[in-house]
Design a protein. Structure first.
Length: 113
């Protein structure tokens, strides 16, 4: 379950970004997660809720923004919503697609009381 290691990494990022005297004041951690990232959101939030209890971030919660994947056809240049790997271009049917967004996973912000 790689979501557990992702949850640990999220707490590590927050720990490094916030001065130690403010750790217990962190309330919300904002994430951006792409639909092609392979991350199970429920498993991530479950893992986060478990490991935060033994950290200074026990009162923190996750606010997750889902980033819809977008592809660009290398043949005709069409930009389109990329539902899943192996989706052809809706205009020309080509499978030569560049993924523009949708694979990301990042901490985009932190709220502190």
């Amino acid at each position: 379950m790689h979501e557990l290691s992702l949850a640990q990494s999220i707490l590590s990022i927050v720990q490094q970004a916030i001065p130690p005297q403010q750790h217990e004041r962190v309330r919300t951690i904002y994430l951006q997660i792409g639909t092609l990232s392979g991350i199970e959101i429920d498993a991530l939030t479950f893992s986060f809720d478990i490991i935060k209890e033994s950290s200074p971030f026990a009162l923190a919660s996750l606010d997750i923004e889902i980033i819809e994947a977008q592809g660009k056809c290398n043949g005709c240049g069409t930009l389109f919503t990329y539902e899943t790997y192996g989706t052809p271009c809706p205009r020309c049917g080509s499978f030569s697609i560049e993924i523009i967004r949708g694979k990301e996973m990042r901490v985009s912000g932190i709220d502190v009381d």
